[in-house]
Structures are given as structure tokens and as C-alpha cells.
Design a protein around this ligand. Structure first.
Ligand SMILES: [Zn+2]
Length: 74
């Protein structure tokens, strides 16, 4: 059987994930800063423009993509 409290918590989490994805998608250019208190190998980053948050893997590939974009534009 489904626990109503767990179901509500799951819906709230899904809404947060969707809102975060929408912020990141609509942002014209991210400027990420590492969140204080995040643990090594599990760092989190927040964009100072859209306040969207990403994990370390997403941040790593975003920064590599920016560097590749600069080389292609040169
Ligand atoms: Zn952003």
C-alpha cells in the first residue's frame, strides 16, 4: 500500500527537481559557485544568475563545454 506521507514527499521532491531543471534550462549563461559545506567528491554548485543547482559531474562537463566553445569560436 502507498503511504500518503511518502507519496507527498515524493511529489514535493519531483516538483523541486523540475523547478531546478527549468531554472537551469532558461538561464542564458551559468556562473557556478561551489556551495559551502558540500563534501569533497560530492560538491554541489549553484548558479549566481538562475540559482539552479548541479552536482560535480554536471559542473565538470559544463565547464569543459565552455572551454570547447571558446576554441571553436576562435
Ligand atoms: Zn544559471
Amino acid at each position: 500500500m502507498t503511504d500518503p506521507a511518502r507519496l507527498a514527499a515524493g511529489r514535493e521532491l519531483l516538483a523541486q527537481v523540475q523547478a531546478n531543471a527549468a531554472r537551469l534550462r532558461d538561464c542564458p549563461r551559468h556562473t557556478f559557485e561551489r556551495l559551502p559545506g558540500s563534501q569533497p567528491l560530492r560538491h554541489r554548485y549553484r548558479c549566481t544568475n538562475c540559482e539552479g543547482e548541479v552536482d560535480g559531474h554536471a559542473h565538470f562537463w559544463y565547464e569543459i563545454g565552455r572551454e570547447h566553445g571558446k576554441k571553436e569560436a576562435a
